[in-house]
Design a protein around this ligand. Sequence first.
Ligand SMILES: Cc1cc2nc3c(=O)[nH]c(=O)nc-3n(C[C@H](O)[C@H](O)[C@H](O)COP(=O)(O)O)c2cc1C
Length: 731
Amino acid sequence: MTISVWRYSHFALAVSSFLFITLAAVTGIVLSFEPITGKVPSYKADHFNQLTLAETIPALKRSFSSVTSMRVDANQFVVVKGTDTSGKALEAYVDPSTGKVLGTPHKQHAFYQWVTALHRSLFLHEAGRFFVGLTSFLLLLIAISGTVLVIRRQRGWKRFFTRIVKDNFAQYYHVVLGRLSLIPIILIALTGTWLSMARFGLLTEKKVVHHIDENTIREEPVRQPAAFPVFKQVLLSQVQTVDYPFSEFPEDYYTLKLKDREIVVNQLTGEKLSEVIYPVTTTLSRLSLDWHTGRVSILWAIVLAIACLNILFFIYSGFAISLKRLAGRSRNKYKPEQCRFIILAGSENGSTMAFAKALQGQLIANGEMAYCTDLNNYQTFPQAEHIIILTSTYGLGDAPANANRFASLVKKYQQQPGVHFSVVGFGSHAYPDFCQFAFEVNNLLSLQPWALPLLEIHTINDKSPDQFNQWLVTWSQKVGLTGIALPETMKQKPAGLETMTVIEKTAITHADEPFIVRIKPSWRNKYTSGDLLAVYPADDYRERLYSIGKVGGHIQLSVKRHPDGLGSTYLYHLRPGDTIQARVVPNPHFLFPQQAPAVIMISNGTGIAPFLGMIEENNQLSECYLYCGFRYKLSFEPFAAALNEHMAANKLDGLQVAYSREEEKQYVKDLLANDADFVAQTLARGGVLMLCGSLSMQHDIIAWLETVCQERNGKSISHYQSHGQVLMDCY
Ligand SMILES: Cc1cc2nc3c(=O)[nH]c(=O)nc-3n(C[C@H](O)[C@H](O)[C@H](O)COP(=O)(O)O)c2cc1C
């Protein structure tokens, strides 16, 4: 079964029952206080667990002139019904070892009675009981489908409790708390369902019947209750009730209702006249009541209250997750099989998708049927006349994440003959393989027998709206559409940026020396080392991302100045006290792995930035090593003092620096090659490698690691990558 079926079931069950579940959880929290308050004051005897009936029954006989029954309640308080020595009828808590009256049992408080009725039947009698029973069953199904989703998410039940990536608050805590409260919630749901089934007679609970031949009841030898063998064996902790004989005739006897059986005892001789073990269903019903109400233990009652609170949180977080997912889905007005225009987007960080959506919006506004989706959703489009592909390029000329299956899908799905295609590549001249993936897509489509190129491939540098508009004008003329243009909003920087204050910016004396910028965001901003800071140097759509190191409680960026670099020039001219408009982009895949036995950090150039923060925050002194590469000694100088301090404070266990244009002219890979055994052993014992810096360094190191891991550990590097032991943030 696919994950979406489970997710859909989990969602549908939750939506259909959330009102009843909310009511049951709120009333459940209130009722969980009842066992807690019910145990105060305590009437439980000191040695309750050691006392037997042979001690209690004679003690009661001495204190009461007659006893009709005795019961042990869920709090293990002993309650006696009878008449006292002055002939007054009473029901009282007693000390079972002395028979002394301790207090009077009270009826359930009116408030708890009201809440109990609401919890059990919603004040709707049998119909309400049915809905409550059904809700328990639905809760059970929600818990089961949730468990399956967690197992699938964690890729196997063995990894059920391993680390969860914190994408956002609702999603993270939905899973974390879900795993922790799974067992109590399943027990609440299971016992609630069981109790409802018992109530509606769906379980076969046989009535206990004793077959006693009255002619064989003996009157001798007469024994005192203290000497009855059965009474000597039965502990008070096993007793539910003891019904006393009505009269002194031998045909009247003691009836002991224990937790698992009923025993009838001759009142004169103490002989066991009959013993019936309860059917399993009866025992399970009693246990269900104990577990569902928490009446047997204060600790369990607290666990139940917490589980009910968690249920309320799951309702909130479940809806928050679903709303986010629905909002993130591309909202298509038309189905793919209806549309004349199909727009496919390859986008890693969403900006290319924004252009694709803008184009779709323009076409629909012009009365056309247009469908927009990820490149990985490529299929046969029966009505398509135009397929427009907008795609970015990532890594070293690779496909973005939502387009990595496109090449195989094109071979699998054919279109009607004569469908026109147009490709627009989004990339950056800062990378050597400018728009390479777009060129590959264009070539692939040219080879398809059904495909007719409408225009030559068009490339766009740095998300330029003007360059996109140029293409849009030509394309719409070719198609025969008028009035199509990119909305003005696409030319502006995003809304909702935060104002941050510059605290410090260091000066440089040489182009190869990196400079440091320290920025104070608002106190509300939650960020960590490894996240990215997006700045807008030209106050327009152009965005530049920098790795954050959280140093001294502030955002620290380490930047290399490029002569014509838009972002680095802007940052270099900032002065303390200046404010900037920026936003923090969470990067949850590049967090310091707190639980790892050892962490090896590898960087070149300004890729050292996030590590400076992670090492500073390594207060639990995790084993941590840094291998970093620079061109010149000068490039390392701004970071040297802080790293030496961290070494002295044991926050960093090893530091190695390579200079590619000075001294031994080494690269960071050469440093690692000297320690190949150590690197392989670190991975073998569950340690984590973190890489930050240039993509070419990443490329070289991954190729080298492949050989090292194969030779030394007999495993491919992909094994460690898939186990989250190789984290990368390269650009
Ligand atoms: C890590 C990284 C690698 C990139 N690699 C390339 C590349 O090889 N060729 C290229 O033209 N652009 C490259 N780019 C630039 C992106 O393709 C460009 O910024 C694009 O507009 C991003 O679109 P998106 O937000 O839809 O993913 C890279 C960007 C990043 C952050």
